[in-house]
Design a protein around this ligand. Structure first.
Ligand code: MN
Length: 314
C-alpha cells in the first residue's frame, strides 16, 4: 500500500512521545483513510504515539469487495527507511517492486519488503481473485545500520503457529511463545496474529512495549474494551497479557524494544531529518534512477511535496 503519512498523523517537527515504563492501556481511535480503492483504518502513527518498538505504521484495510481487475490498485510509489509487512486475513494481492519481485500474497502468508535507502513497488489486483479483501499493512522503521542499505523482498508462504488455550497465534515477525518467524527484522521486534475464541493469556517481555490492534470482534484488556478501529498501547513492564474474549476475534499484537532514534515521517518516507525527505521527494518527482522501475500497468503515484516546502504559513 501507499500509506501516505500526512502531517495530521505525524507532525515531523514534534518530538516523539515518551515511552511509559509502566503498564498502561491507552486506547486511541484509528483514522479513516482511502488507500488506492480501499478504505483503511490507520491505527499508527498517531499524534503523540508514533512508534511501538520500531513499528511505525498500521493500516487495517477492508473488508472490501475486489475483482480480478480492481483491487488495492496502488500504483508504483517509493519508500525509504522502512520495511512494509503485509498480512491478509482474506483475499489476495499482487505485489510488484523495483527489484523485479512479482508475488501474490494470500491469507496465512507474509510479504516483507525492506526499502533500505530506496525501493518502489505497486500493489495490484491479481488477475484471478474475486471476493473480499481484508488485512493489515505495517511499516517498521529501519535502524541506522540498514536504512541506507540495499533493498530486499521476502515472501513467507508458511509461518510458525501455536495453539494457546483460547487462540491460535501466528508469528509474523520475531519470537513468540518459543517460536521464531523466518521474516527478517533489524531491531528487536515482534508481530503476532491472534485468532481468538475465548479468554487467552499471552507471554510478553517486560523490557518491551506493546500494542494491540483489533481487526474483527472485540477484546477486553484490563477492563477496557477494544473493537475494530481502535489501538491499545500497553506500555512496558508486562510479562504477560490477558485478552478477555467473548466472541470470535481477530487481533494483531505488536511489540518491541522502544525505538529511540527520532524519526521524521512524510508520505511514504521514514527518515531522520527533512533534508533526507526533500532528497527522496525530488528523486521521485523528477523520476531519476534512485527508485528504479516497477513493471506495473497502474499509473505512478505522483510525489507529494513535503508541507515545509509549501510556503512560510506553516
Ligand atoms: Mn507502499
Amino acid at each position: 500500500m501507499s500509506g501516505p503519512v500526512s502531517s495530521t498523523d505525524a507532525p515531523p517537527a514534534v518530538a516523539d512521545a515518551s515511552h511509559p515504563s509502566a503498564p498502561c492501556v491507552e486506547v486511541t481511535d484509528s483514522r479513516d483513510e482511502q488507500v488506492g480503492h480501499i478504505r483503511v483504518r490507520r491505527a499508527l502513527p498517531r499524534k503523540g504515539r508514533r512508534t511501538v518498538g520500531a513499528w511505525c505504521f498500521a493500516d487495517h484495510m477492508g473488508p472490501a469487495d475486489v475483482t480480478e481487475n480492481s483491487g488495492l490498485d496502488v500504483g508504483p510509489h517509493p519508500h525509504i527507511g522502512l520495511q512494509t509487512v503485509t498480512w491478509l486475513t482474506d483475499g489476495e494481492v499482487l505485489h510488484r517492486d523495483s527489484l523485479g519481485s512479482e508475488q501474490v500474497i494470500k491469507p496465512g502468508q507474509l510479504n516483507l519488503m525492506t526499502s533500505g535507502g530506496a525501493v518502489s513497488h505497486a500493489e495490484e489486483a491479481t488477475g484471478h481473485y474475486r471476493g473480499t479483501l481484508e488485512g493489515i499493512q505495517l511499516w517498521v522503521a529501519l535502524p541506522e545500520a540498514t536504512r541506507h542499505g540495499g533493498a530486499a523482498f521476502e515472501h513467507h508462504a508458511e509461518l510458525p503457529q501455536v495453539e494457546l488455550s483460547g487462540a491460535v497465534a501466528t508469528v509474523l515477525v520475531g519470537d513468540f511463545a518459543d517460536l521464531t518467524s523466518p521474516a527478517r527484522h533489524d531491531t528487536p521486534l515482534v508481530g503476532v496474529d491472534l485468532d481468538l475464541h475465548s479468554p487467552t493469556t499471552v507471554p510478553l517481555l517486560r523490557e518491551w512495549e506493546y500494542a494491540v490492534v483489533v481487526l474483527d470482534g472485540e477484546v477486553g484488556i484490563d477492563g477496557k474494551q477494544l473493537a475494530p478501529g481502535k489501538l491499545a498501547y500497553l506500555g512496558q513492564g508486562r510479562d504477560h497479557l490477558t485478552l478477555d474474549v467473548r466472541q470470535r476475534t481477530r487481533a494483531v499484537l505488536l511489540g518491541g524494544e522502544p525505538f529511540e532514534d527520532p524519526i521524521v515521517m512524510w508520505w511514504n518516507f521514514v527518515a531522520r531529518d527533512r533534508a533526507e525527505i526533500d532528497a527522496a521527494y525530488a528523486s521521485w518527482a523528477r523520476r531519476d534512477d534512485r527508485f528504479g522501475r516497477v513493471r506495473s500497468s497502474l499509473p505512478l503515484i505522483p510525489a507529494k511535496a513535503p508541507f515545509w516546502q509549501e510556503g512560510p504559513s506553516r
